[in-house]
Design a protein around this ligand. Structure first.
Ligand SMILES: [Zn+2]
Length: 225
């Protein structure tokens, strides 16, 4: 059984490398930014513009077929050594990427801004509130996939959209949800009706932007109005 003794340090190495490798992959944010797919774009064009390999671009976005790309979809463009060497290619930081990627987010409703992000009555308000005296339509702030559609404590009828690369938007206190879990939605699509379900004093939308699960100030991602 000498081969067992010989092989085990190697197996240990593989195991350790695997665990560390996964942790790295999971927790280290990758430099790059989000680009909003425009009419007439092609993978070749984007790959060339940002000095990245086309196959690598597909891999980073877990794209199987380039035909799946639709106008308004956000794709992640990693910053590469080649791009850094060439210069001239500007890579915005992640916080600003939504804004810079062609005005990424749109306002999810026409209601007026009734409460901002941050400290409120001694507690942290994780999003912004948009109110209206009548139930307005709620629209997807960006294209994505429905991660959650159902009741959530405090938030009532809630939707969570996933826009890829760890970015999500949340819509709370809805009267009615118009999309289901797993459904793909386009930016601007009607996804729910404003309401006052959950812990809510009046009809309003509670809107959150989450980056890797952490709530960020939505006003930093929304265009000024
Ligand atoms: Zn709120």
């Amino acid at each position: 059984m000498t081969w067992v003794k010989k092989i085990s340090p190697f197996l240990w190495f593989l195991l350790l490398f695997g665990v560390v490798g996964c942790a790295e992959y999971r927790f280290r944010p990758e430099p790059g930014f989000y680009y909003e797919w425009q009419e007439g774009d092609s993978l070749e064009k984007i790959a060339q513009e940002y000095k990245i390999d086309r196959i690598e671009l597909m891999r980073k976005n877990t794209l199987i077929d380039p035909e799946d790309l639709e106008v308004g979809m956000l794709i992640f463009i990693p910053s590469t050594k080649a791009a850094a060497l060439v210069g001239g290619v500007r890579f915005p930081d992640e916080k600003a990427s939504f804004r810079l990627a062609g005005e990424g987010l749109i306002w999810p409703s026409k209601g007026h801004l009734s409460s901002k992000f941050g400290k409120r009555w001694g507690r942290k308000h994780e999003g912004i509130d948009m109110s209206s005296d009548q139930g307005l339509d709620i629209h997807a702030a960006a294209s994505g996939v429905v991660d959650f559609a159902g009741r959530q404590r405090g938030y009532g009828n809630t939707l969570i959209l996933n826009h890829g690369r760890g970015i999500q938007t949340l819509y709370g206190h809805n009267k009615r949800l118009l999309v289901r879990k797993g459904q793909r939605v386009r930016k601007g699509q009607r996804i729910s009706l404003m309401g006052k379900s959950g812990h809510s004093t009046g009809v309003h939308l509670h809107f959150e932007v989450r980056v890797r699960g952490e709530a960020r100030d939505p006003l930093r991602y929304l265009p000024s109005r």
